[in-house]
Design a binder for this molecule. Structure first.
Ligand SMILES: C[S@@+](CC[C@H](N)C(=O)[O-])C[C@H]1O[C@@H](n2cnc3c(N)ncnc32)[C@H](O)[C@@H]1O
Length: 483
């Protein structure tokens, strides 16, 4: 978008926002063009801001959501409360009928309705600054996706699920109500509807807010809170709040009050600094999937998924158990209790009350549930220890087998990435690839760094048990001792 057009849209949006009854916009902040650092629009300060300052106020009736839209009154059956539809509030994943809408599909319908009102929508200046292109992996080519290598984010993109949902719950509603969606005729093709709904879905993913009730009211409700969140929270598009970019080290928070949402500074913000919100302790893979960007500060919450099948393969290898013997072990474990996979993470803290995180990256240990599950299998495996490389009757030996097996599983997991961490770091330093390639590289470097530290930590735990065994760079299985 040309600079003049970009600035013109920002200006029109700001003018519209300030004209809303009840809206405020602090004199020391402004909407900025942050495209040179690949961050689109953002909000920066023009002078120092003190802690606890209201930066802007968004009246609730300016939010795009079913409660403020003219659409639900025209489609009462589609927007009936979930209990009247006989469906769950958050949508029943298995119920693909158009009559089973959730907060997500309700907002897609409302947003589509507003887009078709263009240029007459009362939110037009706001709709004009929403994105039309995305960097989320949903829109990547297969070559770009291949750069994510063995990252589990690839399996969570959900492009097919999104298409199915739109085909089942959005297009039929629009088609059955063309006179409402397109009063002057000229209905788009199914393909055009699919593209628009896909774009709106991605916008909602990266921009929408959960519309909590007033925080004071929630505090008073105590036990009802959970039930209430599941039953009544809606998603909404919140003008101005969603112009804020975000990071793990952030300086502002959105408060949900009765008649308005306010953006409030959490600490002193110096002139020229960007005002940043917080999207939660998300790993970079997830930040990329939902928002289409990655940051260094989010590496602290990176994760690697370790499948149980990989741990099982490692256990069999370390124990020297044949398929037949292992099959007998598996048959005696309650499969209802068996988890399919585990999440390896750093164990980093969330930001403090002022939005600060420390920048230390330190591995704090393996998932407890993983230890429990291996323990449960080894307890059964004791019965077959005659056919295995270890006598499993004492707990120290079982601990050793557990650690060696997890170590091996982590090594196998690392080997699923076709390039090494060292090669990736070298590529990053030499090429510093821009855009999607650079983000994919950052995601896999983050995951491999975590795996390397998990391997180092587990190896050190093994070494503590076996002071007489020298640690080498060989795979764990080759180091195993026969007992
Ligand atoms: C709620 S919007 C924020 C406003 C957005 N920059 C815009 O121009 O409309 C969220 C989107 O902003 C971008 N974004 C947010 N935080 C960012 C950051 N720290 N660095 C780069 N891009 C960021 C991402 O594209 C994300 O999907």
């Amino acid at each position: 978008m040309a600079d003049a057009d970009f600035e013109q849209r920002s200006g029109a949006f700001l003018g519209w926002f300030k004209s809303l009854p009840g809206a405020t916009f602090h004199q020391n902040v402004k909407i900025a063009d942050l495209r040179p650092r690949n961050a689109g629009r953002g909000i920066i300060t023009t002078a120092d801001i003190e802690p606890d300052t209201v930066l802007f106020t968004i009246p609730r009736d300016s939010i795009i959501c079913p409660a403020n839209s003219a659409l639900p009154a025209q489609l009462p059956d589609v927007f009936a409360p979930p209990e009247e539809q006989g469906a769950s509030t958050e949508g029943d994943a298995d119920d693909e009928s158009p009559s089973s809408q959730d907060s997500w599909t309700r907002l897609i319908l409302v947003m589509m309705y507003e887009c078709f009102q263009s240029p007459k929508s009362r939110w037009q200046p706001y709709l004009d600054i929403l994105p039309t292109t995305f960097n989320t992996p949903m829109f990547w080519t297969s070559d770009e996706l291949a750069e994510l290598q063995a990252s589990s984010v690839v399996s969570r993109i959900g492009a097919a699920e999104a298409e199915n949902m739109i085909a089942a719950k959005i297009i039929p509603v629009v088609r059955a109500n063309e006179s409402i969606f397109f009063p002057s005729g000229g209905a788009p093709s199914d393909e055009e509807l699919m593209n628009l709904a896909g774009r709106i879905g991605s916008t909602i993913m990266a921009y929408a807010f959960d519309l909590e009730k007033d925080e004071d009211e929630e505090e008073n409700e105590e036990d009802e809170w959970v039930e209430d969140r599941e039953g009544k929270t809606e998603l909404g598009m919140v003008p101005m709040a969603d112009v804020l970019n975000a990071d793990a080290d952030f300086n502002a928070h959105i408060n949900h009050e009765t008649d308005a949402l306010t953006a409030v500074s959490l600490r002193k913000i110096r002139a020229g600094e960007e005002i940043l919100n917080y999207y939660g302790p998300l790993p970079n893979g997830e930040l990329l999937r939902r928002y289409g960007y990655v940051t260094d500060a989010h590496r602290r919450w990176d994760v690697v998924e370790l499948s149980w099948s990989l741990v099982e393969a490692a256990l069999m290898e370390v124990l020297g158990a044949s398929e037949a013997v292992w099959g007998k072990v598996v048959a005696q474990v309650d499969d209802e209790e068996v988890e399919d996979g585990f999440v390896v993470e750093w164990g980093s803290e969330e930001p403090d009350a002022e939005g600060h995180v420390d920048d230390k990256l330190e591995f704090h240990g393996l998932p407890e549930e993983l230890a429990e599950q291996v323990k449960a299998f080894l307890k059964v495996a004791r019965k077959f220890e005659g056919s295995m490389a270890y006598k499993l009757s004492d707990s120290e030996t079982r601990k050793e087998v557990y650690l060696r097996s997890v170590l091996r599983a982590l090594e196998l997991r690392m080997a699923e990435y076709p390039t090494t961490l060292e090669a990736d770091l070298q590529q990053q330093q030499a090429e510093n690839p821009p855009g999607r390639k650079g983000m994919a590289l950052a995601v896999r470097i983050g995951e491999k760094t975590l795996l390397r530290e998990a391997i180092r930590w587990t190896g050190a735990e093994v070494a503590k048990l076996n002071r007489d065994v020298e640690m080498s760079d060989e795979p764990a299985a080759k180091r195993q001792r026969k007992r």
